[in-house]
Design a protein around this ligand. Structure first.
Ligand code: SF4
Length: 460
């Protein structure tokens, strides 16, 4: 029996793919190991969204190259977005035996078995990724998803379910449409069946995943299903208590329906992650984001009116080509108006093959990008701090994830009541002391202290 070690980089979708690949390996008779030392196969699930993520993979491969000098039988497989983006170039790396793109993951156990037996390099990527995905490939992915998308041991009682694959939006900085292919919404029947199986296994919270999940659209005869329909159907499944969905693209389409189901259905969590990316209309146009700052703020306001108590999170890119001080000020202004719970802020880095890389000069100096990043983070931190303070003295419902990774008050120092971590329905992180067997359970916590990104409290 061969041992497989898996390392995952990147987003939640990659973590979801890893979870499925893990199940597929177990089913094929492999066993999992958490140490490269004991592994016969090392599988790296990669991300191409930022240059930094790719550099980490390259350095990991460099390390594996050294290991392979003493252990030439070690099989190294690279899957995910970077595999699709670099293809044969990546296969030339001395450490790499298999390169397998996201649409080929149903073949991964077969590829690994062949590489072990035949001692030959294997390349499995889609040649013309933007061509309509052939039916046999969609069927294989669907079968893979329904067979193996049922177990996620990363966080007890929680699971992630893909509702769509790919993206057709072509934001000018983004590599996703070129590595994940055309946008395809999965049949609602398959999604619901998968969630039902998860509920039978004790899953209480399901997060629906899509690159722009609110664009979910499935036509079955006369009926058009949107995300609101899927959320409604999923909320009727016994055992499922919380439903979340990420990531949203700022668009009017289906937005009212989604907000309404959030307002009406207690199981649909009042949390919306909706990246704006910039507050400047000029930059938004250059990014090929199809809204203005004003339209974006209208969506946020509509969300707050329709769903009282909703928490909103955002993403921003600073230092996009052509971003002036004035453009950046417009972003700061938007952040102040939007009053996000939290924001993910990134410095622009050109991604090969994207329109921004081909047509726009990376004109903003790194020092300026860094300065804007720090400034925007500080603005957001102030807002997050104010919003967190509103929880002081309140009791919140928390789904416990497990032991806090922070070194203080951990199980070694406080074995009876270690520090636990969980999240509220609005995605606030809550830290408190309790018994570790509470992982995967809902508890009530009274908030006694806050920081911008974390609430601290006492278990009730
Ligand atoms: S919506 Fe834009 S940023 Fe999001 S995955 Fe699609 S192309 Fe990339």
């Amino acid at each position: 029996m061969s041992n497989v070690f898996i390392k995952t980089y990147g987003c939640q979708m990659n973590k979801m793919d890893t979870s499925m690949v893990t199940c597929a390996f177990k089913e094929a008779g492999f066993s999992l190991t958490d140490s490269v030392k004991d592994a016969d196969v090392v599988l790296i699930n990669t991300c191409s969204v930022r240059d930094h993520a790719e550099q980490r993979v390259i350095s990991h491969l460099g390390h594996l190259k050294h290991i392979k000098k003493n252990r030439p039988d070690l099989v190294v497989a690279v899957i995910g977005c970077m595999a699709q983006r670099l293809g044969a170039e990546l296969l030339e790396h001395e450490a790499v035996d298999i390169v397998c793109g996201p649409t080929q993951i149903p073949q991964i156990t077969e590829l690994v078995t062949k590489a072990i037996n035949e001692k030959q390099k294997k390349l499995a990527i889609t040649k013309n990724i933007r061509r309509k995905t052939p039916e046999y490939q969609t069927d294989a992915l669907e079968k893979f998803e329904t067979s193996f998308g049922i177990e996620d041991k990363q966080i007890p009682s929680q699971a992630f379910v893909n509702v769509m694959r790919g993206c057709d939006n072509f934001c000018s900085y983004c590599v996703v449409p070129y590595v994940r292919g055309p946008e395809v919404s999965r049949p609602p029947v398959a999604i619901i069946e998968q969630i039902r199986k998860l509920a039978d296994k004790g899953v209480k919270q399901v997060t629906l995943l899509g690159q722009r999940v609110n664009a979910y659209k499935y036509i079955a005869g006369e009926k058009i299903y949107c995300l609101a329909n899927v959320l409604k159907m999923a909320s009727e499944i016994e055992g499922i208590e919380w439903l979340k969905f990420v990531t949203n693209y700022p668009s009017e389409k289906f937005f009212d329906e989604i907000l309404q189901v959030m307002a009406d259905c207690p199981k649909v969590c009042k949390y919306l992650h909706i990246p704006a990316q910039s507050g400047s209309d000029k930059i938004l146009r250059a990014m090929n984001r199809r809204y203005t700052a004003e339209q974006y703020l209208d969506l946020i306001n509509k969300a707050r009116t329709t769903v009282p108590g909703i928490a909103i999170a955002g993403d921003f890119i600073v230092g996009f080509p052509g971003e002036t001080e004035e453009d950046f000020k417009a972003t700061v202004d938007l952040v102040k108006k939007a009053r996000y719970k939290n924001c993910f802020i990134f410095k622009y880095s050109p991604r090969p093959g994207t329109t921004a890389d081909k047509r726009l000069k990376d004109s903003v100096p790194l020092e300026v990008k860094k300065g804007r990043n720090i400034e925007l983070l500080a603005v957001q931190e102030q807002i997050s701090d104010e919003l967190s303070r509103e929880f002081l003295g309140k009791v919140v419902k928390v789904l416990v994830e497990g032991l806090s990774k922070k070194p203080h008050l951990n199980s070694a120092e406080n074995p009876d009541k270690p520090q636990l971590i969980g999240r509220t329905e609005t995605d606030y992180i809550v830290v408190f002391n309790g018994i570790s067997s509470l992982a995967g359970e809902f508890v009530k916590v009274k908030i006694t202290k806050t920081s911008p990104l974390t609430l601290f409290g006492e278990l009730i």
